[in-house]
Design a protein around this ligand. Structure first.
Ligand SMILES: Nc1ncnc2c1ncn2[C@@H]1O[C@H](COP(=O)(O)OP(=O)(O)OP(=O)(O)O)[C@@H](O)[C@H]1O
Ligand SMILES: C[C@H](N)[C@H](N)CCCCCC(=O)O
Ligand SMILES: [Mg+2]
Length: 223
Protein backbone atom coordinates (compact mmCIF):
# COMPACT_ATOMS: atom_id res chain seq x y z
CA UNK A 1 0.00 0.00 0.00
CA UNK A 2 1.38 3.49 -0.83
CA UNK A 3 2.28 5.64 2.16
CA UNK A 4 -0.85 7.50 3.34
CA UNK A 5 -0.45 11.09 4.62
CA UNK A 6 -1.42 9.90 8.10
CA UNK A 7 -1.62 6.57 9.88
CA UNK A 8 -3.06 5.46 13.20
CA UNK A 9 -0.90 2.89 14.97
CA UNK A 10 -3.38 0.59 16.69
CA UNK A 11 -2.57 -2.30 18.99
CA UNK A 12 -3.83 -5.84 19.34
CA UNK A 13 -3.08 -5.22 23.01
CA UNK A 14 -0.93 -3.20 25.35
CA UNK A 15 2.85 -3.43 25.83
CA UNK A 16 3.28 -5.33 22.59
CA UNK A 17 5.38 -2.92 20.54
CA UNK A 18 3.26 -0.02 19.20
CA UNK A 19 5.80 2.56 20.30
CA UNK A 20 8.75 0.43 19.18
CA UNK A 21 7.19 -0.07 15.74
CA UNK A 22 6.15 3.59 15.43
CA UNK A 23 9.69 4.72 16.28
CA UNK A 24 11.08 2.21 13.75
CA UNK A 25 8.69 3.55 11.10
CA UNK A 26 9.73 7.13 11.90
CA UNK A 27 13.39 6.19 11.41
CA UNK A 28 12.65 4.29 8.21
CA UNK A 29 10.68 7.19 6.69
CA UNK A 30 13.27 9.76 7.75
CA UNK A 31 16.05 7.64 6.23
CA UNK A 32 14.13 7.87 2.94
CA UNK A 33 14.02 11.66 3.25
CA UNK A 34 10.38 11.84 4.29
CA UNK A 35 9.26 14.33 6.96
CA UNK A 36 7.40 12.64 9.80
CA UNK A 37 5.53 13.79 12.86
CA UNK A 38 4.84 11.08 15.46
CA UNK A 39 2.24 11.81 18.13
CA UNK A 40 1.14 9.95 21.25
CA UNK A 41 -1.69 12.30 22.19
CA UNK A 42 -2.92 10.31 25.16
CA UNK A 43 -0.47 8.44 27.38
CA UNK A 44 -0.76 6.73 30.76
CA UNK A 45 2.03 5.35 32.88
CA UNK A 46 4.13 8.44 32.13
CA UNK A 47 6.68 9.65 34.71
CA UNK A 48 7.16 13.39 35.29
CA UNK A 49 9.35 15.20 32.78
CA UNK A 50 12.23 15.63 35.23
CA UNK A 51 12.30 11.89 36.03
CA UNK A 52 15.34 10.15 34.47
CA UNK A 53 13.05 7.39 33.13
CA UNK A 54 11.01 9.87 31.08
CA UNK A 55 13.25 9.10 28.07
CA UNK A 56 11.90 5.53 28.14
CA UNK A 57 8.26 6.66 28.03
CA UNK A 58 6.32 6.47 24.76
CA UNK A 59 6.67 10.23 24.36
CA UNK A 60 10.40 10.12 25.11
CA UNK A 61 10.99 7.33 22.59
CA UNK A 62 8.93 8.98 19.84
CA UNK A 63 10.73 12.30 20.33
CA UNK A 64 14.10 10.52 20.22
CA UNK A 65 13.18 8.85 16.91
CA UNK A 66 12.42 12.32 15.53
CA UNK A 67 15.68 13.76 16.96
CA UNK A 68 13.65 16.17 19.09
CA UNK A 69 15.04 17.04 22.52
CA UNK A 70 12.86 16.39 25.58
CA UNK A 71 11.64 19.88 26.53
CA UNK A 72 8.31 20.84 28.10
CA UNK A 73 7.17 22.38 24.81
CA UNK A 74 8.14 19.34 22.72
CA UNK A 75 6.53 16.94 25.17
CA UNK A 76 3.25 18.91 25.25
CA UNK A 77 3.26 19.08 21.45
CA UNK A 78 3.57 15.29 21.19
CA UNK A 79 1.53 14.17 24.21
CA UNK A 80 -0.79 16.83 25.62
CA UNK A 81 -2.64 14.33 27.84
CA UNK A 82 -0.25 12.45 30.13
CA UNK A 83 -1.19 10.56 33.26
CA UNK A 84 1.07 8.86 35.78
CA UNK A 85 -0.79 5.65 36.66
CA UNK A 86 -0.10 2.69 34.32
CA UNK A 87 -3.81 2.09 33.76
CA UNK A 88 -6.43 2.73 31.08
CA UNK A 89 -6.33 6.50 30.52
CA UNK A 90 -9.76 7.22 32.00
CA UNK A 91 -8.78 5.40 35.22
CA UNK A 92 -5.33 7.00 35.27
CA UNK A 93 -6.92 10.43 34.84
CA UNK A 94 -9.40 9.78 37.66
CA UNK A 95 -6.49 8.93 40.00
CA UNK A 96 -5.33 12.53 39.48
CA UNK A 97 -8.81 13.99 39.84
CA UNK A 98 -8.78 14.77 36.14
CA UNK A 99 -10.79 13.68 33.11
CA UNK A 100 -10.47 13.87 29.37
CA UNK A 101 -13.18 14.97 26.93
CA UNK A 102 -13.35 12.79 23.82
CA UNK A 103 -14.15 15.79 21.60
CA UNK A 104 -11.04 17.58 22.84
CA UNK A 105 -8.88 14.55 21.99
CA UNK A 106 -10.37 14.22 18.50
CA UNK A 107 -10.27 17.99 17.93
CA UNK A 108 -6.60 18.19 18.93
CA UNK A 109 -5.69 15.34 16.55
CA UNK A 110 -7.68 16.89 13.70
CA UNK A 111 -5.87 20.18 14.22
CA UNK A 112 -2.46 18.44 14.02
CA UNK A 113 -3.54 16.55 10.89
CA UNK A 114 -4.82 19.77 9.36
CA UNK A 115 -1.55 21.63 9.87
CA UNK A 116 0.67 18.89 8.37
CA UNK A 117 2.64 19.85 5.27
CA UNK A 118 2.04 18.03 1.98
CA UNK A 119 5.35 16.16 2.25
CA UNK A 120 4.84 15.23 5.90
CA UNK A 121 3.50 11.95 7.30
CA UNK A 122 1.64 12.07 10.61
CA UNK A 123 1.70 8.97 12.81
CA UNK A 124 -0.69 8.77 15.75
CA UNK A 125 -0.07 6.03 18.31
CA UNK A 126 -3.20 4.82 20.07
CA UNK A 127 -3.47 3.52 23.62
CA UNK A 128 -3.44 -0.15 24.62
CA UNK A 129 -5.54 -2.37 22.36
CA UNK A 130 -8.05 -1.41 19.67
CA UNK A 131 -10.91 -1.21 22.17
CA UNK A 132 -9.10 -0.03 25.28
CA UNK A 133 -11.05 2.83 26.85
CA UNK A 134 -9.77 6.32 26.20
CA UNK A 135 -12.44 8.09 28.22
CA UNK A 136 -15.21 6.72 30.44
CA UNK A 137 -17.51 6.70 27.38
CA UNK A 138 -15.25 6.08 24.37
CA UNK A 139 -12.73 3.47 23.24
CA UNK A 140 -9.71 3.70 20.99
CA UNK A 141 -11.89 2.38 18.18
CA UNK A 142 -14.23 5.37 18.54
CA UNK A 143 -11.16 7.64 18.42
CA UNK A 144 -9.80 5.96 15.30
CA UNK A 145 -13.19 6.07 13.56
CA UNK A 146 -13.68 9.73 14.42
CA UNK A 147 -10.34 10.55 12.79
CA UNK A 148 -11.10 8.38 9.74
CA UNK A 149 -7.46 7.35 9.36
CA UNK A 150 -6.11 4.07 8.00
CA UNK A 151 -4.62 1.86 10.69
CA UNK A 152 -1.43 -0.11 11.02
CA UNK A 153 -2.10 -2.87 13.54
CA UNK A 154 0.76 -3.91 15.81
CA UNK A 155 0.73 -7.40 17.23
CA UNK A 156 3.15 -9.44 19.32
CA UNK A 157 4.40 -12.95 18.57
CA UNK A 158 3.68 -14.40 22.05
CA UNK A 159 1.43 -17.44 22.41
CA UNK A 160 -2.08 -16.05 21.92
CA UNK A 161 -0.99 -13.22 19.66
CA UNK A 162 -2.57 -14.77 16.57
CA UNK A 163 -6.05 -14.68 18.03
CA UNK A 164 -5.54 -11.21 19.50
CA UNK A 165 -4.39 -9.91 16.11
CA UNK A 166 -7.17 -11.61 14.12
CA UNK A 167 -9.82 -10.40 16.55
CA UNK A 168 -8.51 -6.85 16.16
CA UNK A 169 -8.40 -7.20 12.35
CA UNK A 170 -12.02 -8.40 12.28
CA UNK A 171 -13.14 -5.59 14.58
CA UNK A 172 -11.42 -2.92 12.48
CA UNK A 173 -12.93 -4.33 9.29
CA UNK A 174 -16.40 -4.58 10.80
CA UNK A 175 -16.17 -0.88 11.62
CA UNK A 176 -14.99 0.12 8.16
CA UNK A 177 -11.43 1.01 9.16
CA UNK A 178 -8.89 0.69 6.34
CA UNK A 179 -6.09 -1.61 7.45
CA UNK A 180 -2.71 -0.86 5.92
CA UNK A 181 -1.22 -4.02 7.38
CA UNK A 182 -0.14 -5.83 10.51
CA UNK A 183 3.32 -5.47 12.06
CA UNK A 184 4.27 -8.45 14.21
CA UNK A 185 6.73 -7.18 16.80
CA UNK A 186 8.71 -10.16 18.04
CA UNK A 187 7.85 -10.85 21.69
CA UNK A 188 10.58 -11.84 24.13
CA UNK A 189 10.53 -15.58 24.91
CA UNK A 190 7.85 -16.43 22.32
CA UNK A 191 7.56 -20.20 21.74
CA UNK A 192 7.34 -19.87 17.95
CA UNK A 193 9.14 -17.70 15.43
CA UNK A 194 7.62 -14.37 14.38
CA UNK A 195 7.49 -15.82 10.84
CA UNK A 196 5.15 -18.57 12.06
CA UNK A 197 2.88 -16.05 13.78
CA UNK A 198 2.97 -13.65 10.82
CA UNK A 199 2.10 -16.42 8.35
CA UNK A 200 -0.90 -17.48 10.43
CA UNK A 201 -2.19 -13.90 10.72
CA UNK A 202 -1.73 -13.36 6.97
CA UNK A 203 -3.43 -16.65 6.08
CA UNK A 204 -6.43 -16.35 8.38
CA UNK A 205 -6.76 -12.58 8.19
CA UNK A 206 -6.11 -12.02 4.50
CA UNK A 207 -3.89 -9.07 5.35
CA UNK A 208 -0.33 -7.97 4.60
CA UNK A 209 1.90 -8.78 7.57
CA UNK A 210 5.43 -7.59 8.26
CA UNK A 211 7.86 -8.62 10.97
CA UNK A 212 9.77 -6.37 13.34
CA UNK A 213 12.46 -8.47 15.03
CA UNK A 214 13.81 -7.84 18.53
CA UNK A 215 15.85 -4.70 18.11
CA UNK A 216 15.02 -4.74 14.40
CA UNK A 217 14.00 -2.23 11.77
CA UNK A 218 10.62 -1.51 10.21
CA UNK A 219 9.90 -4.09 7.49
CA UNK A 220 10.03 -3.13 3.82
CA UNK A 221 6.71 -4.79 2.92
CA UNK A 222 4.46 -2.49 5.00
CA UNK A 223 3.28 1.08 4.17
N1 LIG B 1 10.67 -5.56 18.24
C1 LIG B 1 11.11 -5.17 19.45
N2 LIG B 1 12.43 -5.16 19.73
C2 LIG B 1 12.89 -4.77 20.94
N3 LIG B 1 12.10 -4.36 21.95
C3 LIG B 1 10.78 -4.33 21.73
C4 LIG B 1 10.20 -4.72 20.48
N4 LIG B 1 8.86 -4.60 20.58
C5 LIG B 1 8.61 -4.14 21.81
N5 LIG B 1 9.76 -3.99 22.51
C6 LIG B 1 9.90 -3.52 23.91
O1 LIG B 1 8.80 -4.04 24.65
C7 LIG B 1 8.30 -3.06 25.53
C8 LIG B 1 6.84 -2.74 25.17
O2 LIG B 1 6.83 -2.21 23.85
P1 LIG B 1 6.10 -0.83 23.52
O3 LIG B 1 6.37 0.18 24.58
O4 LIG B 1 6.47 -0.47 22.13
O5 LIG B 1 4.59 -1.33 23.61
P2 LIG B 1 3.25 -0.52 23.35
O6 LIG B 1 2.36 -1.43 22.61
O7 LIG B 1 3.59 0.77 22.72
O8 LIG B 1 2.69 -0.30 24.83
P3 LIG B 1 1.57 0.77 25.32
O9 LIG B 1 0.28 0.06 25.22
O10 LIG B 1 1.99 1.06 26.72
O11 LIG B 1 1.67 1.97 24.45
C9 LIG B 1 9.21 -1.84 25.41
O12 LIG B 1 10.25 -1.92 26.37
C10 LIG B 1 9.79 -2.00 24.01
O13 LIG B 1 11.02 -1.35 23.82
C1 LIG C 1 -0.24 1.47 31.02
C2 LIG C 1 -0.24 0.81 29.66
N1 LIG C 1 1.12 0.61 29.24
C3 LIG C 1 -1.01 1.63 28.64
N2 LIG C 1 -0.48 2.98 28.61
C4 LIG C 1 -2.49 1.65 28.90
C5 LIG C 1 -3.13 0.34 28.58
C6 LIG C 1 -4.61 0.33 28.86
C7 LIG C 1 -5.25 -1.01 28.60
C8 LIG C 1 -6.66 -1.04 29.05
C9 LIG C 1 -7.35 -2.32 28.66
O1 LIG C 1 -7.57 -2.56 27.47
O2 LIG C 1 -7.67 -3.13 29.56
MG1 LIG D 1 3.25 2.67 23.42
Amino acid sequence: MPLPPALFIAGAGTEIGKTYVTAALVRSLRAKGRRVRALKPLASGVPPLHDPTFAESDTGRLLAAQDIAITPVAVDACSPWRFAAPLAPDLAAAREGRSLAFDDLVGWCRARLGEAEADETVLIEGVGGVMSPVTDAATGLDWLKALGLPALLVSGSYLGAISHALTAVETLRAHGVTLSGVAVSESEGAPTSPETVAAAIARHGGVTVGIVRRGGDFPGNLV
